[in-house]
Design a protein. Structure first.
Length: 377
């Protein structure tokens, strides 16, 4: 299984009211200092082969295309693809920040996959989410990406947005499909602590979806996208054949990955670590040549196996029982028999003796079912 590399670019032209990622308003001096620190962190990493590179944020295309191309070039030198293959290289973008020629520069640098942060095509919902793009800008961005030769184009959409209806959600799904994109990620709105939406929820919880309404619009996404020929290959992700995200697939397979930048997470040798989310701490550590402040934990034994099951169950492939036994030395059917029996009887899991998978009904309560496997010792 190939290594994945994630790079966090934390600056945004504006801060969305639902977001709790490590991010800051775009300031030229801070962005320049951060980029220098990021290059220095890359230099600290030993050369290692990697099959995927993902630039996330924040808003990566808040940086100009020349800067992004230089960063991708350095990453490819430090983390060459195995066997001389071409890596999957993804970048997240905000559509309203795309400049003429951006995608030509990205393609020349080796970028193969574009993930566009759209969230909605409905103007009222776009305003509610604090976004600044228009549906017309999204269409133009997709056309420009295609013309430049981006191999895979993905769109992020959000459901359970205050004020959203079943009909308006269908509008967003259908607008995305009409653009002919290759991949669509659909995420239910989560109320994160200390965000403006958290304060809004405390004042007016009735403005937000309950579990029943959220399940209804999630079901619309599944039915609409599967009918359009998309495979529902992971709880939140749908792809046309051959366009699943290889980078994220590595996460769900409990593969190893390196996270670079403030707040970035890594997982290697059974140890998970997360860099500080304090930007100043990150910059000072790099500048002084000190280790980046991080939190870490070692995942071993049944804890590691439980997380692997939880991640695998999020995918349509589920848990391959023989592969799991070979990798972790654990008989899933024997060790987790009580949970498997309970959820199979409830119609949430299916077990054919070769693999363990969520049923369609189980997708709606995936967090509960998947999380149950973490409690076993």
């Amino acid at each position: 299984m190939s290594l994945g590399v994630y790079v966090h670019l934390p600056f945004c032209p504006y801060i969305c009211p639902y977001c709790d990622f490590a991010k800051w308003p775009m300031r030229r001096s801070a962005a320049s200092a951060y980029l220098a620190a990021l290059f220095a962190e890359i230099e600290r990493e030993p050369v290692a082969t990697a099959g995927t590179i993902f630039l996330g944020g924040g808003t990566p295309n808040a940086y100009d295309a020349e800067t992004i191309a230089g960063l991708v070039g350095r990453l490819r030198e430090r983390f060459p693809a195995p066997g001389g293959l071409e890596p999957e290289i993804s970048i997240e973008t905000n559509p309203e920040l795309v400049r003429p020629g951006d995608f030509d520069a990205y393609v020349a640098a080796g970028v193969t996959r574009l993930s566009i942060g759209v969230q909605s095509f409905v103007p009222g919902e776009i305003r509610t989410l604090g976004r600044k793009h228009t549906p017309e800008q999204v269409r133009a961005v997709v056309e420009q990406a295609r013309a430049a030769g981006i191999a895979s184009v993905s769109i992020d959409l959000m459901f359970a947005v205050p004020g959203q209806t079943a009909d308006s959600w269908r509008v967003s799904l259908e607008r995305a499909l009409a653009l002919g994109v290759d991949h669509i990620s659909t995420y239910g709105l989560t109320i994160e602590e200390h965000t403006p939406f958290d304060a809004w929820y405390a004042r007016e919880s009735s403005a937000f979806f309950d579990d029943t309404r959220e399940a209804e619009v999630y079901a619309i996404a599944i039915d609409t996208l599967e009918a359009a020929g998309f495979e529902h290959y992971e709880i939140s992700n749908f792809a046309r054949p051959g366009h699943a995200s290889l980078h994220n697939a590595n996460y769900w397979a409990n593969g190893e990955y390196v996270g670079l930048g403030v707040g970035a997470a890594s997982y290697r040798g059974g140890e998970r670590s997360v860099h500080t989310r304090d930007l100043q701490q990150y910059l000072e550590a790099i500048t002084s040549g000190q280790p980046i402040p991080s939190e870490s934990e070692s995942l071993k034994g049944y804890r590691r196996a439980g997380e692997a099951i939880m991640l695998a169950l999020r995918t349509s492939r589920g848990v391959d029982l023989r592969e799991f036994a070979d990798r972790y030395g654990i008989d899933v059917q024997e060790h987790y028999a009580p949970a498997i029996a309970e959820y199979c009887e409830a119609g949430l899991l299916e077990n054919d003796g070769r693999s363990l998978r969520l049923t369609k009904q189980g997708r709606f309560v995936a967090n509960d079912v998947c999380g149950a496997f973490l409690s076993f010792e």
